[in-house]
Design a protein around this ligand. Structure first.
Ligand code: NAD
Length: 501
């Protein structure tokens, strides 16, 4: 069995704690790897390496930082397949989806390559006689990133490239369920010439996370994961004087209006609900069928669901892979049986699915896709984030009923409307309480130069991640007021409040 350690100070670090967690291959159920779970001392070593690297890195020129980022982008481009293969091996998603994840992560590296443009600052001349004022932004220090299992490469790349570009040093704590991709990202960063200690990876669980939240030398924490943990992260880290952005869970709704192209809507619902086995924070998990669209839409989704090819992620024929763990698979199944007991109609029941034709996958964490109709608030399948390939359909008579339902959700990550009516789409985008809105786009994940973030219990903190918000988060402002007195000027004594003239 392979053992994965930490990446500290530009080199691998063996486990000191002697504590390990299992890393499965979800397609076979085997456990080919164990990951080191850091002790407080190991986290401290990673933070110390980042702290030591900080003075030189934060003072390094923009030219030097961007030279690294361009090189990093080049090496990542050449290693896309390797990163994607690790994602598929430990997460289970199909290789094409893993490649898509790497590409979306690389968008943030590309954004970071343009950091000089973002850090230009502002200058006002002659605000008062012979007085100029400039605003600059500087790094905050050591930043910690804590990331979820569902995007083991992309979400870390939402964070560290931009943080590093801004002059910070970084300690990443990836998900212990699929940690190898993040480790490879750090190794490649060293190959690209990143000085030792600028990017560190410490593997672990709650022990490691909680140490990062209280460590006096950590200045900022970026977190992406489930809502209960996001809430904990924000409370703990802010209580310890850190700036925090903590992105949480989601239950994303897709409203389908009566004038929508139902075939287009059904295709999009399928892709957004079942892609990556529903383990996406921007997955559509609820379709709100408005007016008389329900029966036809459910029929079209069911017909498409039956054709999906489910199998191991490294088989090019597979469109959907397994779930992350056996426990998660069983929990997802319990929502399907629970929904039936609570009065929903189970149109497609994917539980109990097995991959045909090979005994190799008999212990894999597979499930088929499920479609639940006539779901209502109050049912567990509606109220909880299932995070699996289970799509709920809720019926609504009118647009007003549908928007009230969506806005009643405790989450507000993404929301989409499908319609041909520009006026209705415009109303939706202004009225919906969500951070990311799609108009005939089911998974409106913003491009790298916009920012990603939800509302309500999908985000704890003020700033979204990456884009301009990311630059704000990873820098702090400084305003400099300068006077170069003319030799003829006499300041004189004046205890009054400075005024401009
Ligand atoms: P998770 O919250 O269980 O874990 C996220 C991270 O927190 C991991 O690194 C984990 O080690 C750590 N962690 C777990 N329990 C902890 C505890 N008790 N104390 C301290 N740290 C702890 O999330 P997950 O299951 O890995 O990922 C799936 C969740 O992430 C879903 O809820 C999904 O919606 C969410 N997610 C949100 C976004 C977003 O952008 N809003 C993106 C991706 C995933």
């Amino acid at each position: 069995m392979k053992t994965l350690g930490h990446w500290i100070g530009g080199k691998s670090a063996e486990s000191v704690s002697g504590s390990f967690g299992p890393v499965y291959n979800p397609a076979t159920g085997a456990q080919p790897t164990r990951v080191s779970l850091a002790s407080v001392e190991e986290v401290d070593a990673a933070v110390a390496a980042a702290k030591e690297a900080y003075p030189e890195w934060s003072r390094s020129s923009l030219a030097r930082r961007t030279a690294f980022l361009f090189k990093y982008r080049e090496l990542l481009d050449a290693r896309r397949d390797d990163v994607a293969a690790l994602i598929t091996a430990e997460h289970g998603k199909v290789h094409s989806d893993a490649l898509g994840e790497v590409a979306r992560g690389m968008e943030i590296v590309e954004l970071a390559c343009g950091i000089p443009e973002k850090l230009k600052g502002e200058l006002s001349t002659q605000v008062s006689t012979r007085v100029d004022v400039s605003s600059i932004r500087q790094a905050v220090g050591v930043v910690a990133g804590i990331t979820p299992f569902n995007f083991p490469a992309m979400v870390p790349m939402w964070m560290f490239p931009l943080a590093i570009a801004c002059g910070n040093t970084f300690v990443l704590k990836p998900s212990e369920k699929d940690p190898s991709a993040a480790y490879l990202l750090a190794e490649i960063a060293s190959e690209a010439g990143l000085p030792d200690g600028v990017l560190n990876v410490v593997n672990g669980d709650k022990v490691a996370v909680d140490r990062l939240l209280t460590h006096p030398d950590v200045a900022a924490v970026s977190f992406v994961g489930s809502t209960p943990i996001a809430r904990h992260i924000q409370a703990e880290a802010t209580a310890n004087g850190k700036r925090v952005q903590a992105l949480g869970g989601a239950k994303n709704h897709m409203m389908v209006l009566p004038d929508a192209d139902l075939d287009h809507a059904a295709d999009n619902a399928i892709n957004a609900a079942y892609g990556s086995a529903g383990e996406r924070c921007m997955a559509v998990s609820v379709v709100v069928a408005v007016g008389d669209t329900g029966d036809a839409l459910v029929g079209k989704i069911a017909e498409r669901a039956a054709r999906l090819r489910i199998g191991p992620g490294d088989d090019p024929a597979s469109e959907m892979g397994p779930l992350i763990t056996r426990e998660h698979r069983d929990k997802v199944a319990s929502y399907v049986s629970g929904a039936a007991a609570q009065g929903a109609e189970v149109v497609v029941d994917g539980t109990g699915f097995t991959v045909e034709g090979s005994s190799e996958y008999k212990d894999g964490f597979f499930t088929g896709v499920s479609l639940l109709d006539k779901v209502e608030p109050g049912m567990d399948a509606y109220d909880d984030e299932i995070f699996g390939p289970v799509l709920c359909v809720v019926r609504a008579e009118t647009y007003d009923e549908a928007i009230t339902l969506i806005n009643g959700s405790k989450w507000g990550n993404g929301a989409a409307v499908f319609t041909r009516d520009g006026g209705a789409a415009r109303r939706f985008q202004l009225e919906v309480e969500a951070g990311m809105v799609g108009v005939n786009v089911p998974i409106p994940v913003p491009v790298g130069y916009h920012s990603f973030g939800g509302w309500k219990q999908s985000l704890f903190g003020d700033l979204h991640i990456y884009g301009n918000d990311g630059v704000q988060f990873y820098t702090r402002g400084k305003v400099i007021t300068t006077r170069w007195p003319d030799p003829a000027d006499t300041a004189g004594i004046n205890l009054g409040f400075p005024s401009n003239n």
